[in-house]
Design a protein around this ligand. Structure first.
Ligand code: G3P
Ligand code: CA
Length: 284
């Protein structure tokens, strides 16, 4: 009986110390859980959406490789942010008007050297645009992927093709997140395979408020939201997290903002500099 009482007292003591005495440790523990998303790879240092950029994202301790998808004329999913080839290759025109063979001829690295001479490397010249299939082949089924269906209205069937490749390469669905600004695309994904975890991206042009109705609607198919960090505040973050949704703001490239967002309670951050977020998480 006495032993039981002592055990209960000990439990209470430990409980109290966890709640009141180790706030710093708990805050650090919380920070460790912040999902570090290498946005377009470590795209601050290397040409976005190249295998080199994704590799660097891993090296710099990004948890997830972020991949934007476009689709070629012959139905291949490729990693590219824009609907056009112009900004990130030496080609011009719409991705949808070119076959994969044609896109593979393009240089997807030299633009970076010209735009960011401080990070330029000769080895970036002549890099090619990777297919999603090549990314899966290189990084394997146990990598963490955060994949965006871009312009899904332009590419009917892209969700189905994405799922086909996820299945073909045995990608671990516990390590996969699919994101989109298009609720229709996410709802389609949810219908096709409800076991894939989804994140609703949100775009604002002024200070953002999210309503209870919006949250309830998003919860029907997604596990989280990805707002532009510029327009959110502490109240926004806390409303989202209180609802049980994850919140991963994009795209944060300085430590001070990372710290502020973590303080507000975000559960992940997209960054072009995953090494910086890693340092913030380590308390540096
Ligand atoms: O996916 C999060 C963020 O990447 C959304 O913006 O334009 O960089 O794809 P964007
Ligand atoms: Ca994206």
């Amino acid at each position: 009986m006495k032993k039981k009482w002592m055990a209960a007292a000990l439990t209470l003591l430990v409980g109290v110390s966890v709640v009141s005495g180790t706030g710093g440790a708990m805050a650090k523990e919380k920070q460790k859980d912040i999902v570090n998303v290498a946005h377009r790879g470590a795209s601050g240092y290397a040409p976005e959406h190249t295998l080199v950029s994704y590799e660097m994202g891993e090296k710099l301790k990004g948890d997830y490789i972020e991949i934007d998808l476009q689709m070629t004329k012959d139905g291949q999913l490729i990693a590219m942010h824009d609907e056009t080839l112009d900004r990130t290759t030496n080609g011009t025109g719409l991705v949808k008007d070119f076959t994969l063979d044609q896109i593979k001829e393009l240089d997807a690295g030299s633009w970076f050297n010209e735009t960011y001479p401080q990070y330029a490397k000769a080895s970036y010249e002549g890099l090619t645009v990777p297919t999603l299939e090549e990314v899966f082949q290189k990084f394997g089924k146990n990598e963490f992927y955060y994949i965006e269906t871009k312009s899904p209205e332009v590419y009917p069937g892209m969700e189905k093709e994405l799922l086909r490749l996820v299945k073909k390469y045995g990608i671990d669905k516990n390590k996969l997140l699919v994101q989109s600004f298009s609720a229709e695309s996410l709802e389609k994904m949810h219908e096709l395979d409800s076991s894939v975890k989804l994140v609703q991206l949100l775009w604002y042009t002024a200070d953002a408020v999210i309503t209870d109705e919006e949250i309830e609607e998003i919860k029907n198919y997604a596990i989280g939201v990805g707002p532009n960090y510029t327009f959110i505040d502490k109240e926004y973050v806390q409303k989202v997290t209180a609802s049980g949704l994850e919140i991963h703001p994009y795209t944060v490239n300085d430590k001070e903002t990372m710290k502020t967002l973590i303080d507000w309670g975000v559960t992940g951050i997209f960054t072009n500099f995953p090494g910086l977020l890693h340092e913030v998480k380590k308390g540096k």
